[in-house]
Ligand binder design. Sequence first.
Ligand code: BT5
Length: 255
Amino acid sequence: KQALSTQALGRVVDFSDELSSTNDRAKELARQGAIHGLTVLACRQQAGRGRLQRQWESPAGGLWMSVVLRPNLSLADASKITLAASVAIVDTLQELFELPIGIKWPNDLVHKGQKLAGILGEVVGEWNTVQTLILGMGVNVNFPREQLNNTFPATTLQEILGFDIDLNLLAAKILENLEKELICLEEKKFDELKSKWTKRAIGLGEGVRILRGEDVIEGTFKGISIDGALILETGNKEITFSAGEVKLRSKKGYF
Ligand code: BT5
């Protein structure tokens, strides 16, 4: 806590050795009236979750963190908050270790083609009435890559840096950067966030494939729209895709 200079995020911490999922714990606390910024941390998750009920492997030594957010924003801004979380983590790793991390739309943080971190935003209840978002962030930190299943490309900070780092310090820096981004969003300054996000985006300006169920749509990845959707140019028209419905693939096959 000494290292933390936020106003709200992480001022109250719920810490456990083991949880099924920090997002589920944060949801439970949110329903009981948790304040904005309450942060749930666990050393390990037994049932960490990705998007669309995918599994998130969470051995000891990772940063498994969920923040209860009750921001002054509308439901349409929910996807911007996950973009803000990506930028906050990327900025933190740049500031602390000068590590260049790319963002694979919408929310995969990637180092040399291998996933280092993921983000899961979940709305609790009716956003329009209670305005609560649970923002889950998972970063592979102090454990070797071999502790994860080898069916997907992944890496850890220990693997990249060659040493272990202080998880509390990492959490504090991420929360500080996230709070700055959230304040910008509440002040309706989406452009700054968008340009930071765009600078790190993998595959921007290139030919990509969008997978939507059985459909494959090819085009050029032009950017992100005001609500965080992907803009694809095909022929001479532009189509936008929101994060929940599709997957992004490179035409060159590198992601
Ligand atoms: C994500 O989902 O990337 C969001 C992950 C969010 C995890 C945090 S941890 C704290 C909080 N509590 C939770 O329960 N969740 C959040 P998605 O884009 O669906 O990616 C999931 C896919 O990533 C899996 O299907 C695997 O292929 C791969 N994967 C699983 N565990 C991984 C890991 N530790 N590192 C890298 N890739 C992983």
